[in-house]
Design a protein around this ligand. Structure first.
Ligand SMILES: *Cc1c(COP(=O)(O)O)cnc(C)c1O
Length: 496
């Protein structure tokens, strides 16, 4: 049965999957949502015999119904190849009574690779299907992780160019090095004098610049976004939950149909929403445990029913979760409002006006499968140290937030259901925070010294993504003011 994509903010005509991927955001500012969640049409035991790519096909074909089998398999094959350092793609590691689903074996060693390695292929396939002749120009502002993952995903992909703006003094040295050493003639990385909000605002203005759009069209280009609200990023994320369950079944860790819980370290709410969709497809998931850091806007929301972004923004050691507006939550709000776009639009307008909204008791009752909690900086560091000392397993700061929250959940509920923790980054991506959590003696060491030390104590070889930047030459060194962003884009595209 065909799945069409509706907007969360009005009842404009639904679009096909390929059109939703091309557009990213609906014209009314809403997010695209599937008009129904398809049920898995293979049994769990059938899925347990499949490879990651095969499971990816079985899941994605149900959502991207206007892609042919050949098109979709082609995208999957191009995405989940030797860019990943294991053929399993997303391995499960058992430690201290939980299963860590390692989503960091791709090119940039964070879970964003799971979706950003396939998005470019979904996008160019969608362009072909819709007779778009223009070259697609991806324009992104980044606070670190997304920029590099998008660059790695789009580098050398024919028919695309990618331009990434980042705050010159607002990303970690490793993150900056990762971006400015990016290879690929179709990639362009620019630092701006300003913070992430400046970069983000500048990019939004470029997207809305009618004059620029016209000049681009004449030169055979059009903008698109690799942002986490694109359904081309959401759908590939459903796959690894199904795959995780299939692996547990294959290894005899669960019986067919046995319920599992999942814990997800959450920022923009994309990853945990994918788990929720997997549950609604029929995957036996019980609780969806939403883990936050000190920016605990979601914890407060699940507790009180009020989403309130009016609070201090806290910088933590899990920066990819330092977010006060979780964009993808809108898809859940729309759903618990009974697919009522008018009701959802009212709440979202309250959010952009007053910075907060409150859901009804009826809506709150539909959130019973979610459990929210948070971990402080001290709790996060403590967990990294304890897990290392007890099991020899080293996890990154984001995953540690999730593991700490899982501990709180078990204490609160005494629920002993088998549990998968989404492990969203390699500890090598946040080496300094991880090593300092394990022992304060590491604070005097240099960045790459720490990398080697981590490799030793965790008994894991240094990932390629880190090895590469030790010696890679800087190839992007443009820095500009916020007001010069448009000029830089035109320069890169050769438009005058
Ligand atoms: C992006 C990111 C998250 C948050 O994921 P969302 O889908 O935005 O909730 C968590 N951990 C890491 C390492 C990330 O890069």
């Amino acid at each position: 049965m065909e799945v069409l994509y509706k907007s969360t903010r009005s009842d404009i005509a639904p679009v096909k999957a390929s059109q939703a991927i091309l557009k990213g955001l609906s014209d009314d500012g809403g997010l695209f949502v599937p008009d129904h969640i398809p049920a898995l049409d293979k049994s769990l035991s059938e899925l347990s015999k499949m490879s990651y790519k095969e499971v990816a096909y079985e899941v994605m074909k149900l959502f991207l119904t206007d892609f042919t089998e050949e098109e979709l398999k082609n995208c999957i094959n191009k995405a989940y190849d030797s860019k990943f350092d294991t053929e399993v793609i997303a391995p499960l590691v058992e430690a201290d009574g939980a299963y860590y689903l390692e989503l960091f074996h791709g090119a940039t060693i964070a879970f964003k690779d799971m979706a950003l390695s396939i998005l470019p292929h979904l996008l160019i396939t969608s362009a072909k299907k819709n007779n778009v002749k223009n070259e697609i120009v991806i324009l992104t502002a980044t606070s670190g992780d997304t920029g590099k993952a998008a660059l790695a995903g789009f580098a050398e992909v024919e028919g695309t160019k990618i331009i990434v703006f980042y705050p010159k003094n607002g990303v970690s040295p490793i993150q900056e090095k990762q971006m400015v050493t990016q290879k690929g003639a179709n990639t362009h990385v620019i630092g701006i004098h300003g913070n992430f909000d400046d970069a983000q605002t500048g990019v939004k203005q470029l997207f809305n610049d009618k004059e620029l759009a016209k000049e681009m069209e004449e030169a055979g280009y059009q903008f698109s976004s690799a942002n986490s609200i694109n359904i081309g990023r959401l759908v590939p994320q459903i796959v690894y939950y199904v795959y995780a369950y299939a692996q547990l079944l294959a290894e005899g860790e669960v019986k067919e149909g046995e319920t599992i819980n999942v814990v997800v370290p959450t920022g923009n709410f994309g990853n945990i929403l994918a788990a929720f969709y997997a549950k609604n497809m029929g995957l036996p998931i019980g609780k969806l445990i939403c883990a936050s850091n000190d920016n605990k806007v979601l914890y407060d929301f699940f507790k009180t029913g009020t989403y309130d972004r009016n609070r201090e923004f806290v910088l933590t050691t899990s920066p990819s979760m330092d977010i006060l507006i979780s964009s993808n939550l809108e898809r859940l709000i729309y759903r618990i409002a009974g697919a009522d776009s008018k009701k959802n639009a009212e709440l979202m307008s309250a959010l952009s006006g007053e910075g907060k909204y409150t859901i009804t008791e009826d809506m709150k009752a539909q959130l019973k499968d979610f459990y929210g909690n948070y971990a402080s900086e001290a709790e996060t560091a403590q967990l990294i140290k304890a897990l290392y000392e007890d099991c020899g397993y080293v996890i990154d700061t984001h995953t540690a937030v999730a593991a700490s929250v899982y501990g709180k959940y078990k204490k609160d509920t005494a629920d002993e259901t088998k549990t998968v923790i989404a492990s969203t980054a390699s500890p090598f991506k946040f080496t300094r925070s991880v090593m300092e959590a394990i022992d304060t003696k590491y604070s005097s060491m240099g960045d790459f010294e720490l990398v080697d030390e981590l490799s030793k104590i965790a008994n894991v070889s240094v990932p390629n993504a880190i090895e590469e930047i030790r010696t890679a030459p800087v190839v992007h060194n443009t820095v500009c003011d916020r007001t010069e962003m448009k000029e830089k884009v035109k320069e890169f595209l050769g438009i005058n």
